[in-house]
Design a protein around this ligand. Structure first.
Ligand SMILES: Nc1ncnc2c1ncn2[C@@H]1O[C@H](COP(=O)(O)OP(=O)(O)OP(=O)(O)O)[C@@H](O)[C@H]1O
Length: 639
């Protein structure tokens, strides 16, 4: 029995199915997905608007940089003409235009730096905004979300998609603006020389535009696939390379299978990488060819014009340069709709997470527990019916493992049926029952990790759904079997319960929880790093530290999953004493495994199949016979 928070149950038994944990390709919900209407408006409203001033400046910088890219052609044309047919002040003109060339180069450099500075600024701020919003929202989602979601996919959403979304705004739209300006300036200069020749060279464009678009679409597909594959690889790494995952891999002797699976993912990423590179280069090859053809056309038509005296050599040279400078942005623009859409996909993926409902949220008029009247700590269940929410109600297809396109909306089976009981303030209520009876679920409902389907859970007569989440969390201390510690010092982990606790208070709590001597003997005492990758504490030590953490929090109600499994007699005695301290004077709801707990409990609830089938004190229940007497013989007496 466990209710280690955040670790989804190992449903199908990971040792049985060799495919467990594998994500099916192409199911990230992206391919062929339509973007919602109003997406751009939403991006503007929610994220871009605060930066409108900067964005405007960015446009100015882009326009400046683009114009300066095209201008050298003008100066070169003049230089060629002055060399070819020098007049009396040829030298002065030459000096002027060469000087202009240098000035233009400096101008271009300044604008390009300014542009980069602005786009980096807006881009990085936007990334921070997006990350903040997603992190904040996800943290407040109900437990049901976390029990279903792949951490790797979620982390990838916070990393890659957020960056993709930023590219959409500063990258794609920036490029778009730069291309429009450059094309317009180049074409204007070309028309100035010869409208007919301009029309001629632009006439070949459509063929290339079509080609470029095809290539662009392919590139977009590959990019999406690359993102999905990266998320997949991320998931495998975060799942298999954490302590619990690595342990499982070892215990089941599966390193070879895991490596093979990882190699498959890595190979797929490599393969897509190669294809992306080649297709990406194809785009430039087409462009280069187009440029070469355009230039040839210009020199052929223009060269004849020079021979016939209708063009000057300088004009032909200038036109030759301009034609490539016009083609490049025009070809890029032909692909713009595809690019904009690709970039918006990231925004869509971010919004998808931000739009997840938060069913367990605070009401606007939520009441603070214990604000007006001090908290007594009476816990009452009134006709509670409960089932775990369906996948569709609590999760997102693209963040689940082995998901199908549409998540199952079928609600799960009833887990609690008509559960009613009162734990008066200061009393101890013990929950016993066979595995799967619903004991853990009862405990989940008190701190509102889930909401009831029918009936109510209340504290001091106040429905938990009407209280503020903060005051509810303050009122309840939970100790799970598998107490989680963050990768941080012992002191920091303890202060998670109470930020302003003094060192003396930490020591006092640890003494009461019978863990002070252990902590004091650690290499750095209270500054020793524990948790995921820190100093390894034994199960009993971790649980006592968790008890100390709850003692610091000093809640009116304690919800506790007694652990016995991994404790030896000595540490069990220590945990026992720690628990006595933790429970004293508080209302406690205990999933009981120990004889002493049930003997001391004010009331024992015997759960079976989600129903309370017996209730009473130890002696009463033992005398009555039935399930309790049976459980007593098989489980409790031994413990
Ligand atoms: N997150 C969840 N999503 C869906 N079903 C769940 C979830 N957690 C538990 N269940 C189901 O609810 C039922 C009650 O489980 P619960 O964990 O409350 O039982 P328990 O009495 O604590 O069992 P154990 O002693 O084995 O821990 C079980 O059938 C279980 O499979």
């Amino acid at each position: 029995m466990s209710w280690s928070m955040g670790s989804p149950r190992l449903g199908g038994g990971s040792g049985l199915n060799p495919g467990v944990g594998r994500v099916h390709r192409g199911q990230d919900g992206l391919e062929g997905k339509k973007l919602p209407r109003g997406l751009i408006a939403r991006v503007w409203r929610e994220f871009a608007r605060p930066y409108r001033g900067r964005l405007l400046l960015l446009l100015v910088a882009i326009a400046g940089a683009s114009a300066f890219t095209v201008l050298p052609a003008r100066a070169i044309g003049e230089i060629v003409d002055v060399i070819e047919s020098p007049g009396p002040d040829a030298l002065a003109i030459l000096n002027l235009y060469v000087g202009l060339l240098v000035a233009i180069a400096i101008g271009a450099a300044v604008f390009s730096l300014w542009q980069r500075y602005l786009s980096a600024q807006v881009g990085e701020w936007l990334i921070a905004d997006l990350r903040r919003s997603v992190f904040d929202h996800v943290q407040r989602l109900p437990m049901a979300f976390f029990t279903r979601t792949q951490t790797g996919a979620l982390v990838s959403r916070l990393n890659n998609d957020v960056i993709g979304a930023q590219r959409a705004l500063t990258g794609t739209f920036g490029t778009l603006a730069a291309n429009v300006v450059q094309a317009l300036v180049a074409i204007a200069l070309m028309i100035r020389i010869s409208p007919v020749l301009t029309a001629l060279v632009l006439a070949v464009l459509p063929i290339f535009v079509l080609l470029a678009r095809k290539v662009g679409e392919k590139l977009q597909q590959l990019t999406r696939r690359q993102m999905a594959l990266n998320a997949e690889m991320n998931t495998q790494m975060t799942e298999r390379l954490n302590v619990a995952g690595a342990l499982l891999v070892k215990l089941f002797g599966r390193p070879a299978t895991e490596s093979a699976a990882f190699a498959e993912d890595a190979d797929a990423v490599a393969e897509v990488g190669v294809r992306t590179a080649v297709v990406g280069r194809l785009f430039f090859v087409i462009l280069t060819l187009l440029g070469a053809l355009g230039t040839a056309l210009v020199y052929w038509v223009g060269g004849r014009g020079v021979l016939e005296g209708t063009f000057t050599a300088g004009q032909v040279v200038e036109f030759g340069i301009l034609v490539t400078q016009a083609y490049q942005p025009l070809a890029a623009l032909s692909n713009a709709p595809v690019e904009v859409l690709t970039a918006l996909v990231s925004f869509d993926r971010v919004f998808e997470v931000l739009d997840l409902k938060r069913p367990i949220d605070e009401k606007d008029d939520a009441v603070e527990l214990g604000r007006d009247v001090p908290l007594e700590g009476e816990v009452r269940f009134d006709g509670v019916w409960f089932r775990y929410p369906s996948a569709a109600d609590s999760s997102l297809a693209s963040l689940e493992r082995g998901f199908s396109e549409v998540l199952d909306a079928e609600p799960g089976p009833l887990v609690l049926r008509d559960v009613s009981f009162v734990a008066p303030a200061g009393s101890t209520v013990a929950l016993v029952g066979p595995s799967g009876a619903g004991k853990t679920t009862v405990c989940h409902l008190v701190p509102r990790l889930y909401d009831v389907e029918q009936g109510s859970v209340s504290i001091d007569g106040l429905d938990v759904r009407d209280t503020t989440l903060g005051s509810l969390a303050d009122a309840i201390g939970v100790v799970t079997q598998d107490a989680h510690l963050f990768h941080d010092s012992v002191a920091a982990n303890l202060r998670y319960a109470r930020e302003d606790a003094t060192d003396e208070q930490l020591v006092e709590a640890c003494r009461a929880a019978r863990i002070h001597d252990v902590v004091a003997a650690l290499p750095d005492g209270y500054d020793t790093i524990v948790g995921e990758r820190g100093y390894r504490l034994s199960g009993g030590e971790k649980q006592r530290l968790a008890i100390a953490r709850v003692l610091l929090k000093d809640p009116a109600i304690v919800v506790l999953d007694e652990a016995t499994a991994h404790l030896d007699t000595e540490s069990e005695a220590a945990v026992r004493r720690a628990l006595d301290a933790a429970l004293e004077g508080r209302t406690s709801l205990v999933i009981a495994h120990r004889l002493s707990t049930v003997v001391d409990a004010d009331e024992i609830l015997v759960l079976d199949g989600g129903e309370i089938v017996q209730r009473g004190t130890h002696d009463e229940l033992l005398a009555a016979g039935g399930l309790y007497a049976q459980l007593y013989r098989t489980q409790l007496a031994g413990a």
